[in-house]
Design a protein around this ligand. Structure first.
Ligand SMILES: [Zn+2]
Length: 352
């Protein structure tokens, strides 16, 4: 009800010219909208995880709005320097994609390139070295594909109860059990890929074909190098998609990630995005020691020059947002009306 009332209010505000007024205001001019995306579906991923995936058609519609509303799309580094210097152009926007999945290369990047929009990819590197689907995601996706089924136990995977795939909660329990078992047995990436393959067998899914489609995989080294050559800005997201709470391990995540990125792109990365949007105050000093210039969160807002550079808010765009809500954020009205600013921290792509 609250959401419907908000959407009705947004519609009214737009119809009386409020979006345009705010979009052209000094207030908006001093702020930067950093857009955050995750995946762009190769197939039906947006139906499985609407908060993580968007169809390419919907993404293209979003990019069309940026053009139609005459937003200034800036490369992230340039945008942050101008933000600091209070020299942003009107309606400024920076576009970021988290994780660096293969679907960015295949689906999102051609759409961005068509419009000439600069983009930053926060690349996590472990799975781009090790090419296989991300374990927990592929298990979850395969169970969802069989969401009308109830199957016999699979004792060789430690699943001793019948598999009821008809609810989100019971599918989640199965994924948790598989993850816990792999953690307990300290399984390698290859071992976990074998488990995913066995699960596929039990579900009647052709795992070889699924893997070959590159669904839920990261870009490989050649793909990262290629997009970087073509102007995509590749930045830090930790090597193993995690933020340890102990300084040496945290800093190793940055240095490992940075050296992999440097090897692939020939450039030194200095902008960071917190994996899963999770941050702690002690991270700020560690990032500074690693000469990281900025860090983005999944907390909602427009960035202003007053922001701590290690706590830059973004607008996390998902399939569930209407075009009206999205355009309210481009104008700035959405930020003024945002109710919940701190992210629920649910964009989890667990580490190896
Ligand atoms: Zn991530």
């Amino acid at each position: 009800m609250l959401r419907q009332a908000k959407i009705a209010a947004l519609g009214l505000l737009r119809s009386v010219g409020c979006f345009e007024l705010v979009a052209n205001s000094q207030w908006r001019r001093q702020r930067l909208l950093i857009l955050c995306y995750h995946g762009t579906s190769l197939s039906d991923e947006h139906q499985w995880r609407p908060r993580l995936y968007m169809s390419p058609q919907q993404l293209d519609q979003r990019l069309e709005s940026i053009e139609r509303l005459r937003c200034s799309v800036l490369p992230l580094d340039d945008a942050l320097q101008r933000l600091k210097a209070r020299a942003l152009p009107p309606r400024s926007v920076a576009i970021t994609f988290d994780d660096g999945t293969y679907d960015f290369y295949k689906q999102a990047y051609p759409l961005l390139r068509k419009r000439g929009f600069p983009v930053t990819v926060y690349q996590t590197t472990y799975y781009s070295d090790y090419q296989a689907p991300v374990f927990n995601l592929i298990c979850s996706y395969m169970l969802w594909k069989k969401r009308n089924d109830r199957l016999a136990p699979v004792p060789e995977l430690g699943l001793n109860e019948p598999l009821d795939l008809r609810t989100e909660a019971s599918r989640h329990r199965i994924v948790r059990a598989l993850i816990e078992r792999s953690e307990r047995d300290k399984l390698t990436g290859a071992d976990k890929n074998n488990i995913a393959e066995q699960l596929a067998g039990a579900l009647g899914i052709d795992y070889a074909t699924l893997s070959a489609s590159r669904i839920l995989q990261l870009m490989n080294a050649q793909e990262v190098a290629e997009i970087a050559r073509n102007g995509v800005d590749v930045q830090l997201h930790t090597h193993r998609h995690r933020t340890p709470e102990e300084e040496a391990s945290f800093r190793r995540e940055i240095t490992d990630n940075r050296s992999r990125i440097q090897a692939l792109t020939g450039k030194s990365a200095s902008h960071f995005c917190y994996p899963s949007g999770i941050y702690r105050e002690q991270f700020f000093g560690w990032l500074k020691s690693e000469h990281v210039n900025s860090a983005t969160t999944c907390d909602a807002g427009l960035a202003s020059h007053k922001n701590n550079p290690y706590l830059l808010p973004r607008f996390v765009d998902t399939s569930g947002r209407t075009q009206l809500e999205y355009e309210s954020w481009l104008s700035g009205v959405g930020s003024m009306l945002a109710v919940r600013r701190v992210a629920p921290q649910q964009y989890v792509l667990p580490e190896d």
